[in-house]
Structures are given as structure tokens and as C-alpha cells.
Design a protein around this ligand. Structure first.
Ligand code: G
Ligand code: G
Ligand code: MN
Ligand code: NA
Length: 251
């Protein structure tokens, strides 16, 4: 079967699952929330990663349905955590195509209402190149007035419109790991991160370093005043039940 046919069936059969990766406060080391990352439990192929099927969903008109499922499931999980005494926040990823859909706001609102989720518990992560898409950018003000947070993902490797960044209701920049992989040995890398942090703080944006893998990266990024960190050094993306145990151990 073609992957798009299988994906259509997977959506109907509930074969998708969300993994969660914690974001840590750089100063306190406490968890600040999680990023939801979708996976597909394929009956034959095993765990299929979003890099494989998100482009298929985009191409064959399934991304709207997939995005609705992700939003609903993340809100359901936040409500489950609440019932377990865990006050959690979650970020979900959205593509330009998803932001252009008129149904985005009502669906998001409905999902939050279904599970009594406060909008401040949700952040939408959007890759930098979305800033070039006028129609997608127009959805930002609606999202912000709904009360959800907006975050620019993979910041620093694509096209960034600083004029727009200044005006948009964005709250967070996620610095791409390629900018600091070699940060402990590279004065240039330190300069770039320093400049991003200074600019972000001047605009009242929080800076998340994503893809932190080593203690030396962590220490350097902390010294350069990054606000939050995420990466394999702290935890890999994991199923909800594992995240629950992980978060409760940390308390
Ligand atoms: O772990 P990782 O392989 O999960 O993610 C790979 C890519 O897939 C990342 O760029 C991430 O933003 C994207 N991605 C993960 N989950 C979702 C999702 O629910 N929706 C969209 N649009 N992209 C996602
Ligand atoms: O593009 P986005 O930032 O939404 O997707 C996050 C991606 O980064 C996921 O594929 C996730 O599995 C991956 N990731 C998370 N932490 C690390 C890390 O420490 N190192 C690397 N190489 N990838 C990471
Ligand atoms: Mn992301
Ligand atoms: Na990213």
C-alpha cells in the first residue's frame, strides 16, 4: 500500500502516538514543560518518525486531520496529568499549511474546552520560514488572542524577518542545535549565541537551546544566559507514562 493510504487508515485506527520531551529551566534545572512529538506505531514497519510521514500528510491533504488529532491528544494528556497532580505545559509543532487553515482557531479552542485546558498551558512551535508566509503569519494574532504561546522553532538556520519578529506576538525562540554544537571550542559560536540571547531578551523573548547533548554545551549555554534547555542530555522524547514517572522523580 502507498504510505498516504496507510496514513489515512492509521488516523482512523488511532495508530499515532505522542512522545514528550521535557524542556528544562536553565537556572533551576526544573522541568518547565514538554514538547509533543508525533510518532506512528505502524503494525509492520514499527515506530515511524514524523520526518517520514508529515511530508506525506502535507502532500496528500491529511495534515489538517493529523494536526487536529495532535492538538486533541495533547490537551487530553494535559488533563490526565492534571488528574495525577502534575501541572504541565505542552508545546505542539505546526507547519505553515496548518496555520493557513481557517479551522485552526475554532479547533484549537474546542480541544482546550473539551479538556478544560488553560490556553497558557499550550505553546505552538512554528519554524522560522513560516515568517515568509503572509497567510500563515496572519493567524498569529488570532492564536495570541486565544492565549496560547508562540515559539519560533529551529531559529537561526533559516530566513528570519527581524522586522516581523519585533511586531509579532511571539514569546520564545528555540535556537537550533547546529549553532552551538561546537560552542565550547568556538568563539564564533559563542558570539552568535550571545547576540541571539541579547536580541531576544531585548524583545522580551525567552531563549530555548534545543538539542543539548553534552554537559559542556549546557554549562556554556547557561553562562551565555539561555533561559531553557532541551535535549538528549536531559531526556529523549518518551511516551506519556514514562514522562509522568520522569517528572515525578524530579519533584
Ligand atoms: O523527533 P523528531 O523526529 O520527533 O521530529 C522531527 C520533526 O517532526 C521535527 O521537525 C518536528 O517539529 C516535526 N514534528 C513532530 N511532531 C509534529 C507534529 O505534531 N506536527 C508537525 N507539523 N510537525 C511535527
Ligand atoms: O524540529 P523540532 O525542533 O520540532 O524537532 C525536534 C527534533 O529534535 C526531534 O526530532 C527530536 O527527537 C530531536 N532532538 C531532541 N533532542 C535532541 C538532541 O539532543 N540531539 C539531537 N540530535 N536531536 C534532538
Ligand atoms: Mn519543535
Ligand atoms: Na527545532
Amino acid at each position: 500500500l502507498a504510505l498516504q493510504t496507510e496514513l489515512r487508515e492509521a488516523l482512523a485506527r488511532n495508530e499515532l502516538v505522542l512522545y514528550y520531551q521535557p524542556k528544562m529551566d536553565a537556572r533551576s534545572g526544573l522541568i518547565t514543560g514538554v514538547e509533543a512529538l508525533v510518532r506512528w506505531h505502524h503494525p509492520q514497519r514499527g515506530l515511524v518518525m514524523p520526518g517520514v510521514f508529515i511530508p506525506v500528510a502535507e502532500r496528500f491533504g491529511l495534515i489538517g486531520q493529523l494536526g487536529d488529532w495532535v492538538t486533541e491528544e495533547a490537551c487530553r494528556q494535559l488533563a490526565e496529568w492534571r488528574s495525577q497532580g502534575l501541572r504541565m505545559r505542552a508545546a505542539i509543532n505546526m507547519s505553515a499549511h496548518q496555520l493557513r487553515q481557517d479551522s485552526l482557531l475554532p479547533r484549537l479552542k474546542q480541544a482546550m474546552e473539551n479538556h478544560a485546558i488553560d490556553p497558557s498551558q499550550l505553546t505552538i512551535e512554528i519554524i522560522e520560514s513560516v515568517l515568509m508566509d503572509d497567510a500563515a503569519v496572519r493567524s498569529f494574532s488570532g492564536l495570541a488572542s486565544l492565549g496560547v504561546g508562540l515559539s519560533i522553532d529551529d531559529f537561526g538556520i533559516g530566513y528570519c524577518n527581524f522586522a516581523l519578529l519585533r511586531k509579532l506576538p511571539v514569546k520564545q525562540l528555540k535556537v537550533d542545535r547546529s549553532l552551538f554544537t561546537d560552542i565550547q571550542n568556538s568563539a564564533d559560536a559563542r558570539s552568535v549565541v550571545t547576540a541571539i540571547v541579547q536580541m531576544a531578551h531585548a524583545l522580551n523573548l525567552r531563549v530555548v537551546a534545543e538539542g543539548v547533548e553534552t554537559e559542556r554545551q549546557r554549562d556554556t549555554l547557561q553562562a551565555l544566559d539561555c533561559d531553557e534547555m532541551q535535549g538528549f542530555l536531559f531526556a529523549r522524547p518518551m511516551p506519556a507514562e514514562k514522562l509522568t514517572l520522569w517528572a515525578m522523580e524530579g519533584e
